[in-house]
Ligand binder design. Structure first.
Ligand code: NAD
Ligand code: DAU
Length: 343
């Protein structure tokens, strides 16, 4: 088995490649543009393995995508590459639309022309939009995205599905809930809060902090994708949820408690525009068809994640230099900070 992985230098893609190289005899070709979120340090464990090859490039490069599929002849593609951050998609939607929509289109076309055996499109629960309690989205739930990021993912899901319906390209789509774990870029809630807490900096909670997310440990997500890659039915969608819904403020308090830091570090900032209040996902279909279920409990996963960030201060310092500082200052402008929670 040989797989083409896109976005393998990012958070989830690198965890997936480490798992595949560590636990199977498969070969992996990793196509990644190395944007601000791509980091080859994430792949230090596998970079010298003879079964691993890295190719730097853009998924929207038609010639490169075609050459990789015709030259490498992979059995399958697992497509992670994306602009993945909601706040950045609000500040600057253009790269999000270009990569998530046009980049996905370019890969689908190359896969169609080269008759690829399987196309796993990695997507998100954000495509279902905000759900009132106690609703949980299953795979037939209507799409109702709120941000440029989630709209681009919903669009790419529909495009991927159309390649199954129209051309019978063997597409399978996964939709996962919020991931956390080692190597996550510290722009997302959990790694940002850990990194700030470890440096005794204020923790910027949006609005009233009562938005709910369902937390999935990254290795549980990767195992779900492996199941879908091997057993998922063509043309189908599979939700992958963590079964651990928590309000953001509760997550932040747990980070502080585990890091041994005071709650006085919590600060409030004005809310994200169009902020989805609650995500909730049913993964019953994936469990029924493959036996998969999340195994990491949140307290253990969070403690392990905090320890990883504590032990990898150099990694954090590296990814927080340069472009990150400019982004942080723009997104967390001092005028945005409030004295107390705001709805
Ligand atoms: P990430 O931002 O950590 O990594 C994205 C990777 O894609 C980076 O290595 C980057 O260099 C690469 N990339 C970006 N644009 C590219 C392009 N044009 N060509 C080639 N490579 C490009 O993202 P992540 O959190 O690992 O997310 C991976 C995938 O999983 C995304 O598709 C995302 O929508 C989806 N997802 C993420 C989560 C989550 O909680 N992080 C949850 C559900 C689904
Ligand atoms: O649900 C899956 C999605 O989860 C993925 O598709 C996205 O790629 C991933 O970024 C994530 O999106 P969210 O917007 O849910 O994640 P984020 O970590 O940015 O925010 C989680 C919650 O925390 C959300 O309610 C906003 C809030 N938040 C976030 C940041 C960065 C804060 O309160 N303060 C912050 O500084």
């Amino acid at each position: 088995m040989k797989i083409l992985v896109t976005g393998g230098a990012g958070f989830i893609g690198s965890a997936f490649i480490r798992m595949v190289i560590g636990e199977t005899d498969w070969r992996v070709v990793n196509l990644d543009k190395l944007t601000y979120a791509g980091n080859l340090e994430n792949l230090a464990d596998v970079e010298h393995d003879a079964r691993y090859r890295f190719v730097e490039g853009d998924i929207g490069d038609e010639a490169l995508a075609g050459a990789l599929m015709s030259g490498e002849k992979p059995d399958a593609i697992v497509h992670f590459a994306a602009e993945s951050h909601v706040d950045r998609s609000i500040l600057s939607p253009e790269p999000v639309i270009r990569t998530n929509l046009h980049g996905t289109f370019t890969l689908l076309e190359a896969a169609r022309k080269n008759r690829l055996g399987r196309f796993v499109h990695v997507s998100t629960d954000e495509v279902y939009g905000s759900l009132p309690a106690p609703l949980e989205a299953d795979e037939s739930f209507p799409l109702n995205p709120s941000s440029p990021y989630s709209a681009s993912k919903a669009g790419s899901d529909l495009l991927a599905r159309s390649y199954f319906t129209t051309y019978r390209l063997p597409v399978v789509i996964t939709r996962a809930s919020n991931n956390y774990g080692p190597y996550q870029f510290p722009e997302k809630l959990i790694p940002l809060m850990i990194a700030n807490a470890l440096e005794d900096r204020p923790l910027p909670v949006y609005g009233d902090g009562m938005q709910v997310r369902d937390w999935l440990y990254v290795d549980d997500h990767c195992r779900g994708i492996l199941e879908v890659l091997q057993k998922g039915r063509e043309g189908e969608i599979y939700n992958i949820g963590g079964n651990r819904s928590l309000p953001n403020l509760e997550v932040v308090r747990q980070v502080l408690a585990l890091a041994g830091k005071p709650e006085s570090l919590i600060g409030y900032v004005t809310d994200r525009p169009g902020h989805d209040r609650r995500y909730a996902l049913s993964s019953e279909k994936l469990t029924r068809e493959t036996g998969w279920r999340p195994v990491m409990d949140f307290a253990t996963g969070l403690a392990r994640t905090i320890e990883w960030y504590r032990a990898h201060a150099a990694w954090v310092a590296h990814v927080r230099s340069g472009e990150y500082r400019a982004y942080y200052e723009k997104n967390y402008d001092t005028a945005r900070w409030c004295a107390e929670p705001r709805t």
